[in-house]
Design a protein around this ligand. Structure first.
Ligand SMILES: C[S@@+](CC[C@H](N)C(=O)[O-])C[C@H]1O[C@@H](n2cnc3c(N)ncnc32)[C@H](O)[C@@H]1O
Length: 425
């Protein structure tokens, strides 16, 4: 059902006055997602059809969509869909693993070259002399996740990939490498918290890489798409980016949730292996929604509006730490809205996909808060629609490891989320 709320609208030209989409509009897409969307696991990825529908929605309302931006681009869902629509794309994410996957999805590859490089890499892997003691063997964190043989094999594989010249082909194989790092480790499969599975039979490095590369070549071949559209993908904190002038017509994004996923922790195997940091915890800094920020609660609550304050203080009654993190999250979401306004050209549109959460019986209504920020920052035609999230209907509760739980005091994950839209006047 499309939920309507009290909306403040600016007068718009008659030609562009379009009714709200029917109930269920945002629930399902019409086509199967291209395989390219599945080349790398990523938490809280949104369905690809949202981009297609968002573009149609914006165009129906008179927006000329020449450039799409995703300010939290994650694993590049919007980037790939923008490419399929022959539309320019600008994306950013604070996590270098996210921008690696996004770059790979946005590129076009010659299948012949992919196969040739894949054969060479495996050949080099098989023949390469084993370093007696690869440097990775001294990394305590890696030793925690892998047995000695796998560290040696992964080090050998990485060296084989890095013998390719820098560029899109090397990135393609580094992305494949990144996606086998969890299956070949002791990481508890599908866990959203870093947790060792003592009974896990970790995958063989060579076999996992071979299968992953075959899948990715199939995906890249299916997604071959001559496009003249351009893309720019930046690794960095969106909140701290200097935006001298507007450059986008449509922002399509899904912000991080508060304290649900620690992206830096979840991507630690990739960031360590790919050398993005010597300590994955450094990447928590600036990541919106992290529980680990040094916060000044009193300053934060002063910065957030009444809607945010009401939510934070209800949470404060049940757990101070969550309330502090939520206050900082709300400050950051407000800054996000301000930054989005800066990047949007006049008449442009923003579309957020956002879910609510519940903690110890207190509902954190992220959608209501974000909506209040959009109105406060002068966006017009602010609309909220509800969409069903089919995979979350089994049981709404998750334990601290993110596993399904029937315990109603656990974290609640809703079976619906919200599409919020607003127009830059
Ligand atoms: C919900 S995910 C986006 C998923 C994406 N829509 C997809 O389909 O893959 C949110 C993303 O925000 C990123 N993020 C968190 N804080 C950020 C910041 N300050 N600047 C830029 N990106 C940030 C996280 O790294 C994460 O990839």
């Amino acid at each position: 059902m499309v939920q309507t709320m009290q909306v403040k609208t600016q007068p718009i030209p008659v030609a562009h006055r379009v009714g709200r989409p029917p109930a269920g509009h945002w629930d399902f897409g019409g086509e199967r997602e291209p395989l390219m969307h599945r080349i790398h696991a990523y938490p809280a990825k949104f369905p690809a059809f949202i981009t297609q529908k968002a573009v149609a929605y914006a165009k129906e309302r008179g927006v000329t969509v020449n450039r799409i931006a995703d300010v939290f681009c994650g694993c590049g869902t919007t980037a790939l869909e923008a490419k399929r629509l022959n539309t320019d794309f600008w994306g950013c994410d604070i996590n270098p693993v996210a921008t690696l996957i996004t770059r790979v999805k946005r590129e076009d590859y010659q299948p012949h070259w992919l196969k040739t490089h894949a054969t060479r890499i495996l050949h080099s892997f098989d023949r390469r002399r084993l370093p007696r003691h690869p440097s990775q063997q001294d990394d305590e964190r890696l030793r925690y996740w892998y047995d000695f043989d796998r560290i040696r094999s992964l080090a050998r594989l990485k060296a084989a990939i890095e013998s390719l010249p820098e560029g899109k082909y090397r990135d393609f194989f580094l992305c494949a490498f990144s996606n086998i790092l969890k299956p070949t480790s002791r990481w508890l499969t599908k866990s959203i918290k870093p947790q060792v599975d003592p009974d896990k039979d970790a995958a063989d490095v060579r076999a996992a890489f071979d299968a992953q590369v075959s899948f990715m070549i199939k995906a890249a071949t299916q997604s071959r798409h001559a496009t003249a559209s351009k893309s720019e993908i930046q690794t960095g904190n969106f909140l701290e980016m200097d935006i001298p002038k507007p450059f986008a017509d449509l922002v399509i994004t899904s912000p991080p949730y508060v304290t649900s996923y620690e992206y830096a922790d979840l991507h630690q195997l990739s960031t360590l292996w790919l050398g993005y940091t010597d300590d994955y915890r450094k990447l928590r800094y600036g990541t919106i929604g992290s529980l680990y920020h040094d916060t000044d609660f009193l300053q934060d609550v002063k910065k957030i509006n009444q809607t945010g304050n009401d939510l934070v203080f209800r949470l404060y009654d049940v757990e101070h730490r969550k309330a502090r993190a939520t206050a900082r999250y709300f400050v950051d979401m407000h800054r996000t809205v301000k930054q989005c306004r800066k990047i949007l050209r006049p008449g442009g549109m923003v579309l957020f996909v956002i879910g609510n959460t519940e903690y110890k019986g207190v509902k954190v209504d992220n959608a209501a808060y974000l909506r209040s920020c959009l109105v406060q920052e002068g966006f017009s035609e602010v609309e909220t629609a509800q969409r069903k999230v089919s995979s979350k209907t089994l049981t709404p509760y998750r334990d601290t490891l993110g596993r399904f739980s029937t315990d109603a005091t656990s974290r609640k994950v809703y079976a619906e989320e919200f599409i919020l839209t607003g127009r830059n006047p």
